[in-house]
Design a protein around this ligand. Structure first.
Ligand SMILES: [Zn+2]
Length: 127
């Protein structure tokens, strides 16, 4: 139990169970991009609540990046209708999960996720 003396890398909680998160794959199943912001470099230690939100944050970023590509007319995972549907479901799930937590997440603002959902809702994918 080498995590006992540590603190959560996101909210700073101490004296609670921490888990090591290694984000090996992104939302679209690709090997995780090591060029992502330094805060995403694995492994880091998170308490239970933050470890869940860290996964939400990763998916949120992956989906945001793909929407940005789509909006810029570049190749995007979201041009595949099944991936688009999966991403849209996931964003709704993230909104619901963020709404359910008592304290605002130190990792992910629900306003940002709501804006992402609005952007998704304006996109029409040819089936
Ligand atoms: Zn935490």
């Amino acid at each position: 139990m080498d995590s006992a003396a540590g603190s959560c890398n996101a909210c700073g909680a101490t004296g609670t169970a921490l888990m090591k998160l290694s984000l090996g794959k992104d939302f679209f199943g690709r090997t995780y991009d090591r060029l992502s912001p330094s805060t995403d470099q694995s492994p880091q230690w998170y308490c239970e609540g933050c470890s869940i939100q860290k996964n939400l944050q990763r998916d949120f970023r992956d989906i945001t990046a793909e929407i940005d590509k789509l909006a810029a007319g570049q190749a995007s995972q979201l041009t595949k209708s099944d991936e688009f549907q999966r991403a849209a479901l996931r964003v709704r799930e993230i909104v619901a999960l963020l709404d359910a937590v008592q304290n605002p997440s130190p990792l992910l603002a629900s306003g940002e996720v709501n804006r992402l959902l609005e952007r998704l809702n304006t996109i029409t994918i040819p089936v």
